[in-house]
Design a protein around this ligand. Structure first.
Ligand SMILES: *Cc1c(COP(=O)(O)O)cnc(C)c1O
Length: 446
């Protein structure tokens, strides 16, 4: 093959290009296929941009975490955090694997019910549970996790309306040695608020405690923080069982385990700093065994990000390139921050569909939006790419699709590759009809 002529360029060494951990990647990263399916073929079949999920990827992660926990603590149950990714097909994959459901809104609750999940298999979390939705969830036997004092009153009213006592759990927050602390949600253990809330529930005689819950944050890089969380939950459990005669069936330790994504400003590789499933599980289960008195509780997990992030890819195609006044190369691709809101805090792993000839040079990757902030990667060493070169952005399985917005461009299709390497369409792209469906032009403008 003859080499293509490339105009020589002088590359300015800019301080963002290196850190104390070394200079940016000089070699090309190539991902030509996902689970055996060629990325160019995926784009040919479904269009570009395209979200792609791997069933195999989800299953492997789920089994890794399930194994890590159940081998140490058999009475463990996972509840899929819908907001992390509530595409029906993705939820179905998790349910097929044995995961139940965790929701934080009535919309997610209804979505789970539509997928055939029974109320008793749904945990209803969150600071905003409209009264009607709360009542429906209570009637259907959902696990209600109380976030604040108003909700205690709401539930007592519902108990009166239904003429029966309601089993509840409360969400707790506490210092786990991690800052900033997520103290906005639930009742604080350290200052006695959680115990006060339980006293209040006990004295009201309309609700009774069956569980304790906490979710200490997201992308938590410290396994020890979970040890601290569980120790405090179990100590509270011991105390209220003793003082009030409650039988606490379960503790729910929330989610927050990190994925192998790269947070901006964190230099070490994810492989170095992200704890393994075993490390998280060891911290959690040891804290139960070391502190529990009485009957061992069920252990519930609401892991979202760690189970799905690495199973998701966003394929995007190069549309154009230009040389900016400072000499840097810029590529315009068809996926922007409309689809990758999460680009504001992660440096994704971006790979090419094949090896390209030519010199790597510092390049910027910009989305299709007419907005200066539409930056997917600020500084990446890239060889000369052509119109139609396909980049795969990874890992984007967590929160990316659910936070994507219909802004300037339609949201694209989503595909799921099954375990036999067959891709399936799991969501159509938006279109004009879909976008306008709920709009109304009042008579005076007609
Ligand atoms: C978002 C959320 C989760 C899932 O968190 P991840 O960081 O994705 O694991 C679990 N529980 C609650 C209450 C949440 O709000």
């Amino acid at each position: 093959m003859s080499k293509k002529y490339e105009k020589p360029v002088i590359i300015k060494v800019d301080f963002t290009m290196a850190s104390k951990y070394g200079s940016p990647l000089k070699t090309q990263k190539v991902r030509s296929e996902i689970d055996g399916v060629n990325v160019r073929n995926l784009v040919k079949e479904f269009g570009s941009p395209l979200f792609v999920f791997s069933e195999r990827g989800i299953e492997n992660k789920y089994n890794e975490f399930k194994e890590a926990f159940t081998s140490r603590y058999p009475d463990t149950q996972f509840f899929w955090s819908y907001k992390t990714n509530y595409l029906d097909a993705i939820c179905k994959v998790f349910h097929k694997l044995g995961s139940k459901t965790e929701v934080v809104s009535e919309f997610e609750y209804e979505k789970a019910r539509t997928l055939g999940i029974e109320g008793k298999d749904i945990i209803f979390n969150g600071p905003y549970k409209p009264k009607e939705a709360l009542k429906k969830a209570v009637m259907e036997g959902a696990k209600i996790h109380i976030d604040h004092w108003y909700e205690i009153n709401d539930l007592e009213e519902i108990a009166d309306e239904l003429g029966r006592e309601i089993p509840v759990a409360i969400r707790c927050n506490m210092n786990t040695g991690i800052y900033p602390q997520w103290s906005r949600f639930g009742f604080n253990i350290d200052n006695g608020e959680a115990l006060d809330a339980i006293k209040r529930i006990y004295e009201g005689k309309k609700l009774y405690m069956t569980g304790l819950h906490s979710h200490i944050g997201t992308f938590m890089l410290s396994a020890a923080a979970y040890g601290m969380e569980v120790k405090k939950l179990i100590e509270l459990k011991n105390k209220i069982e003793e003082d009030f005669g409650y039988e606490i069936e379960y503790i729910d330790i929330g989610g927050g385990f990190a994925s192998k994504n790269r947070l901006k400003g964190v230099y070490q590789a994810p492989e170095v700093i992200v704890p393994s499933a075993d490390e998280y599980a060891e911290a959690v289960t040891n804290a139960i065994f070391e502190n529990n008195k009485g009957k061992l509780p069920k252990l519930y997990l609401e892991t979202g990000r760690a189970l799905i992030d690495e199973a998701g890819y966003l394929l995007t195609s190069v549309w154009a390139s230009k040389r900016m006044p400072d000499g840097k190369k810029s590529y315009i691709v068809d996926a922007g921050v409309n689809l990758l809101y999460t680009a504001f805090w992660y440096n994704f792993d971006i790979s090419l569909d094949k090896r390209y000839e030519g010199l790597n040079e510092p390049s910027m990757i910009n989305g299709p939006l007419c907005m200066n902030i539409d930056v997917i990667a600020e500084n990446m060493m890239l060889p000369p790419l052509e119109r139609g070169s396909v980049l795969s952005i990874w890992p984007v399985g967590a929160y990316t699709y659910t936070q994507s917005m219909q802004f300037i461009r339609y949201r694209p299709k989503v595909a799921l590759i099954d375990k036999d390497s067959t891709p399936h369409l799991i969501r159509e792209a938006d279109d004009l009809e879909y976008v306008r469906e709920k709009e109304i032009i009042p008579d005076f403008l007609k």
